[in-house]
Design a protein around this ligand. Structure first.
Ligand SMILES: Cc1cc2nc3c(=O)[nH]c(=O)nc-3n(C[C@H](O)[C@H](O)[C@H](O)COP(=O)(O)OP(=O)(O)OC[C@H]3O[C@@H](n4cnc5c(N)ncnc54)[C@H](O)[C@@H]3O)c2cc1C
Length: 265
């Protein structure tokens, strides 16, 4: 059971549109949103995430979506007429530019399957979207050290946390990607040891991060954050709890996607 938290801000349903797209590396497309209600977006940094609604069929509507996406909001969404209901996926704020009100999202390009990945590859300026803020999953408890483990889908979260965490933080970060060229600049505290590990593109996610994790001499007093493909997130937690005795309450983890399975909404 993932422990990532949901905390809705007052910004509610935000309508915006694509301003530009930029292939920042072979498998990452940065989509910049602007306009609409983005001026009222309550930016919190770290791994702030949101529900992103994409109108992928002609009659899909964004204007009648719920203001929040808790239980009530989900029910409201599910009772909307099927032919008008957009696709919803979860994404992370890669960067919010307070001055211009522009919001960057880094999409993993993962082929033709699914909706959001292929949408990002072909999105045009002016394409409408909607988003509902879900807050930050990063919720540290007092501990000597921090640990961050992520794959390419969690790279925006990992890089956002490293950028925004206290400069005196110490610990480790493992970011697993499948192509070295997708590496991005890191603004981490000096005390955070950031390791990029590259898995074979045909190997299962986690196949480099988990052995690397097992080789680390970790502190007993630890707060850990693990996100990415389900096996990476749960494998990290299992190792920390079962092998190292880290309390479950010191671990935030979330399967961001699952090999061979589409997102539920
Ligand atoms: C809180 C949170 C934040 C997230 N932030 C980001 C983010 O900033 N950037 C990002 O790229 N993703 C992010 N994700 C993951 C993203 O929501 C999923 O990858 C989602 O499944 C993509 O939707 P889709 O329509 O492209 O594919 P789906 O329709 O969900 O799936 C179709 C097929 O594609 C496969 N697939 C889905 N995602 C991937 C992937 N990343 N790599 C390879 N195969 C895949 C599935 O296994 C399935 O077989 C986040 C997820 C969560 C929960």
């Amino acid at each position: 059971m993932p422990t990532i938290s949901v905390s809705h801000s007052d910004s509610g349903l935000i309508l915006a549109e694509v301003k530009r797209t930029d292939r920042v590396s072979p498998h990452i497309i940065r989509v910049t949103l602007a306009g609409g209600d983005l001026g009222s977006f309550a930016y919190r940094g770290f791994d702030q995430w949101f529900r992103l609604a994409l109108p992928v069929r002609t009659n899909d509507r964004l204007d009648n979506l719920p203001q929040r996406f808790g239980f009530g909001g989900l029910l409201k969404f599910l009772t909307l007429p099927k032919g008008t209901r957009p696709v919803i996926r979860n994404y992370t704020v890669r960067q919010f530019h307070e001055g211009t009100g522009e919001l960057d999202i880094d999409f993993v390009v993962h082929g033709t399957e699914g909706v959001a990945g292929p949408w990002a590859s072909t999105a045009q300026p002016g394409s409408p979207v909607a988003l509902i803020d879900q807050g930050c999953g990063w919720s540290p408890v007092p501990a000597e050290k921090s640990l961050i483990v992520a794959d390419e889908s969690g790279m925006p979260a990992a890089l956002g946390i490293l950028r925004d965490m206290p400069r005196e933080a110490v610990g480790d970060a493992i970011i697993e990607i499948f192509d070295e060229r997708d590496k991005q600049d890191v603004e981490a505290p000096d005390g955070m040891d950031v390791r990029w590990v590259i898995r074979d593109p045909d190997a299962p996610p986690g196949s480099q991060a988990l052995p690397t994790l097992r080789g680390l001499p970790l502190a007993e007093s630890l707060y850990a954050f693990a996100v990415g493909e389900s096996a990476l997130a749960t494998g990290t937690r299992r190792h920390l709890v079962n092998d190292l005795g880290i309390p479950k309450s010191n671990i935030t983890f979330c399967g961001y996607w699952r090999v061979g399975k589409a997102s539920p909404s």
